[in-house]
Design a protein around this ligand. Structure first.
Ligand code: DX5
Ligand code: ZN
Length: 226
């Protein structure tokens, strides 16, 4: 399965975002973490910054909303020019309605679940979403260690998507590195967010290639999940 790499600019230099986007031109997306200090205990950036990132980024913008009241705010990020908008299951009243609204606005619609939130409510609804984001750390901060217990959730999501014949992507976010990406890919994820692993590497462009190569090697020749 092709592996898509979405470096998280949470680990970039916030005083040099244009420069730090320019070095990830070999990635598939740029992952932008929007935090409101309510849904998570951290505060990052909002709509005006995303609008400018869209204009200067060499790759499409993948917005990860870690904010309350996603139903109210997510469509504006689609209108801001993001290619993909992911909201949290725990922060929406009507995930399917919101996903349909995002798709109507022309973006890929993703739903995210925290490590302790079940993915099961979405498994009969996978066609309604372009992506399921399985959080592999508690959202809010970069540089945390991967939570091994999330692998089983990835496997269950992949099995349901395969059974439904759906094209839904599975994204993982948190603790993705050369050490973990192989078994995450083997579990069934195909979109890999990596913040500290990419921006902490001596050669950012080479790190993106290394991560993609490791993910694809882990799934090469694998029997598709039933
Ligand atoms: C955390 C963010 C992540 C973060 C990942 O809540 O959603 O995107 O940047 O950082 P790493 O890859 O360092 O775990
Ligand atoms: Zn994120």
């Amino acid at each position: 399965m092709p592996a898509l790499i979405s470096p998280s600019i949470l680990s970039a230099d916030f005083a040099n975002l244009e420069r730090d986007l320019a070095v990830i031109g070999g990635a598939d997306y740029a992952h932008v973490d929007v935090m409101d200090n309510h849904f998570v205990p951290n505060l990052t950036l909002g709509l005006p910054v995303v609008r400018r990132l869209v204009e200067v980024s060499p790759v499409p913008i993948d917005v990860h909303l870690m904010i309350d009241d996603a139903d109210r705010w997510a469509p504006a990020f689609a209108e801001a020019g993001a290619a993909s908008v992911t909201f949290h299951a725990e922060a929406t009243q009507a995930p399917v309605r919101l996903a349909r609204e995002l798709r109507r606005l022309g973006v890929r619609a993703g739903v995210a679940v925290r490590p302790a939130s079940p993915v099961e409510p979405f498994l009969d609804l996978v066609d309604e979403f372009d992506m399921i984001l399985v959080m592999t750390v508690e959202p809010g901060f970069g540089g945390q260690s991967f939570i091994e217990g999330t692998l089983a959730k990835i496997r269950r999501a992949r099995a349901a998507i395969t059974a439904a014949g759906a094209a839904t992507w599975i994204q993982v976010d948190g603790g993705v590195s050369r050490d973990t990406i192989g078994r995450i890919a083997e579990a069934g994820a195909n979109v890999f967010v990596a913040g500290s692993a990419v921006y902490g590497a001596p050669d950012v462009a080479a790190e993106i290639i290394a991560l993609r190569t490791l993910a694809e090697a882990a799934t090469a020749g694998a029997v598709p999940h039933q």
